[in-house]
Design a protein around this ligand. Sequence first.
Ligand code: 5GP
Ligand code: ZN
Length: 107
Amino acid sequence: MDCMFCKIAKGEIPSTKVFENNKIIAFDDIHPKALVHILVVPKKHIESVKHLQESDKDLIGELFLAAQKIAKDKGLEGYKLVFNVGREGGQLVDHLHLHLLSGDFNG
Ligand code: 5GP
Ligand code: ZN
């Protein structure tokens, strides 16, 4: 499948990895919109929140817990967690990802 985040998850496209386990990978956003901007991504290809199924509910919980761990490990005091959904929601990459943003929201 021609999906950028699937390729990153498989290591076929390089990324600055900050977290990985068997189900999730997290890496720095290539065009950061805050001082810290990390994408927390399930390795399973799911297009968006719209495409989530009942069977994905544990995975979604794990995405948030991975984001929490990354933030804690980086010593972040506060942060924003965002899912963009569909083009009108600002989603450009059609593989589910949780944005973890912290610091400097003026840019
Ligand atoms: P979306 O707009 O779909 O919610 O977010 C996609 C994000 O992926 C954007 O913030 C964009 O900068 C980032 N991005 C797009 N292509 C790549 C890439 O090849 N590598 C990395 N690390 N980030 C990417
Ligand atoms: Zn994918």
